[in-house]
Design a protein around this ligand. Structure first.
Ligand code: PGA
Ligand code: ZN
Length: 423
């Protein structure tokens, strides 16, 4: 008999950082251990993502309510998982998948399923007295926790669907590399430098009389004429903060190109571009700016384009597939066949269970693809992704700007972990 079985599962509708409803789940074990987890939500979601169940009742939350998903958790899912060993995460995730019975979690909702999956891991970690990253590493037989913790990819200038900046590129990110002996840990240094550059960008914008309000992921969202203007502002902010672009702080982009791909063309900066034209844009940016990574440089089903992009820039840049792979092993395998991308963005809610998420990470790593663990644009205070990034040895954690509670919660958790590991 397992000593800690699931005794109860509760769920509720809460608000995410955009003020839209999402699912929160609380699990309780037979020995009285309890933990809560909540589910994030995207705005620029890929078409191949697992299904997010929303009520569609226009009278509530403009149709975005999640009462059906909540009802599925406290009804069918609760019935299916009560009595299970809370420490059998793989078994529980398989049971959840089977209970749903569809290929994309359409019946019960990936948001309902992920809430239970995450709450189970949180509760089990607590029950075993281990920090979550350690529990996951042991449970899934992952390699020893690396002392090199994930580097933050910080989105300090928001475009695309996350803001009204008029920019096609969705995320302009900084990647701090520097640390001093005064910093508590390399992670603490990266967070500090990221924050200093973020605030320097605020001063640069203010001086130019530009808007200093922030977008969905906590980054600034000024009205700009071109994407290269945004890149220039980032360089200025890095310099203004006293750092050397490229040496101390690099740049990364999430183009989210599926969002402006229409009828076989990229509608980019007011013109119609082919995949090849987009590749040329990236080549020229790479000459002018210290870029180390481009995510979703092309659209989610433009496999031939991705092949060309990877052949052309894959040796020089990390090319991350987000909408392209949607944390889905079948999509990732297609990527291997095409030679598309060399890194994968990992978002648990794109696939719906923690076990499938970790399995996708392993598949990527076994093929030499880098792993970037990521938040969503609609977030909560849940910090599971920081632990997950550490557990799987991801080189990067992408959690937005170093600003706004739901973003900094992840970076703060990463600093906690760094301190704990340094003991
Ligand atoms: P999303 O954006 O959460 O709105 O999908 C994040 C991303 O595209 O990486
Ligand atoms: Zn993305």
């Amino acid at each position: 008999m397992p000593k800690n079985t699931i005794k109860d599962v509760a769920a509720r509708e809460i608000l995410d950082s955009r003020g839209e409803p999402t699912v929160e789940v609380t699990l309780t074990t037979s020995s009285g251990v309890t933990a809560t987890a909540s589910v994030p939500a995207g705005a620029s979601t890929g078409v191949h993502e697992a299904y997010e169940l929303r009520d569609g009742d226009k009278k509530r939350y403009d149709g975005k309510g999640v009462l059906k998903a909540v009802a599925n958790v406290i009804g069918e899912i609760r019935q299916g998982v009560v009595g299970r060993d809370v420490e059998d995460q793989p078994g529980l995730d398989t049971a959840l998948r089977e209970l749903d019975g569809t290929s994309n979690k359409h019946r019960l909702g990936a948001n309902a399923i992920l809430g239970v999956s995450l709450a189970t891991a949180q509760t089990a970690a607590k029950a075993t007295g281990l920090p979550l990253y350690r529990y996951l590493q042991e449970k899934f037989n992952l390699p020893k926790i690396s002392p090199h913790l994930p580097q933050p990819l910080m989105n300090i200038l928001n475009g695309g669907r996350h803001a009204n900046s008029g920019l096609d590129v969705q995320e302009f990110m900084i990647v701090p590399h520097v640390a001093t002996n005064n910093d508590a840990s390399p992670v603490a240094a990266w967070v500090r430098v990221g924050s200093e550059v973020f605030h320097a960008l605020g001063r640069v914008l203010k001086k130019k009389n530009m808007d200093t309000d922030v977008g969905n992921e906590g980054g600034y969202a000024p009205q700009l004429k071109s994407n290269s203007e945004a890149l220039d502002l980032l360089i200025k902010a890095i310099t203004e903060a006293g750092y050397k672009p490229g040496t101390d702080v690099s740049l990364a982009l999430d183009v989210a190109a599926s969002e402006f791909f229409r009828h076989g063309h990229y509608q980019f900066e007011g013109k119609e571009y082919s995949s090849g034209d987009m590749v040329k844009v990236y080549q020229s940016w790479l000459k002018d700016y210290p870029l180390i990574s481009i995510e979703d440089g092309l659209a989610q089903d433009d496999w031939r384009g991705w092949q060309e992009l990877t052949q052309s820039l894959g040796q020089k840049l990390m090319l991350v597939g987000d909408d392209l792979f949607v944390t889905n092993e079948d999509r990732l395998k297609l990527g291997f066949e095409f030679g598309a991308a060399n890194a994968i963005l990992i978002k648990p809610n794109q696939i719906g269970t923690l076990s499938e998420t970790i399995s996708a990470v392993r598949l990527a790593q076994s093929h030499g693809y880098k792993v970037v663990v990521s938040h969503r644009s609609g977030e909560t205070m849940d910090t599971t992704i920081a632990d997950l990034a550490v557990a799987v040895g991801a080189p990067y954690l992408k959690a937005g700007a170093p600003s706004r509670g739901e973003r900094v919660a992840k970076y703060n958790r990463l600093m906690d972990i760094a301190q704990e590991l340094a003991k």
